[in-house]
Design a binder for this molecule. Sequence first.
Ligand code: HEC
Length: 189
Amino acid sequence: MYKCVQRAILLALAIPLSRAELPVLAFGQPLNPAQLKALDITVFPDGRNLPDGRGSVRAGRSLYAGRCAMCHGASGVEGPSARLAGSDGFFGWSDPLRPLRILQYPRLMLSVGGQWPYASTIFDYVRRAMPHYAPKSLSDEEVYALTAYILHLNRLVEEDTELDRHSLPRVVLPGRAREVSAWPEKPAD
Ligand code: HEC
């Protein structure tokens, strides 16, 4: 009985809250510019649609420690969630402990730094999906800082780097050279 009352109270509290956060749109109802802006967050490989703002490796370091390290590990390698760092992305064949490392981290053989082709994708992904427990809770400045820090963990940018919409797309990831496009560019007619 007590449980039922508790659940009813929780439901009564939860429903108006979630309604307030998620406006319900009718099918076919046009979005106003502000609603559209909140949804128009795709960042393209060449950096198109990156927002204003900037963030430094140093700011990213403390954000990462507080909001990301518990799942991705202190240096982006230890997990338990997806591996973020590792400049070649794989446990090298020359690594004598390779079989043991694979046994310990079977899902972590590929890393963002080793595999992903574009730095701007890190920004896009983190902004829309991380931290896992609260997606879209980070400000653009925080996402710039975290992106800079992930790139620094991969030794792709220096400690004193600050990234913005112009400098971020200029960082070249090693994964770019390994990429095979599913939509190869057609030669010009
Ligand atoms: C509660 C655990 C958790 C926290 C905290 C967390 N992540 Fe993640 N992260 C995950 C999981 C799980 C995945 C894989 C999700 C999937 O593949 O659907 C992931 C994936 C990622 C990826 C893509 C990895 C890949 O190879 O696909 C990036 C980049 C990333 N997280 C960055 C971050 C950053 C930056 C933060 C801190 C703001 C963060 N994460 C916080 C659990 C977490």
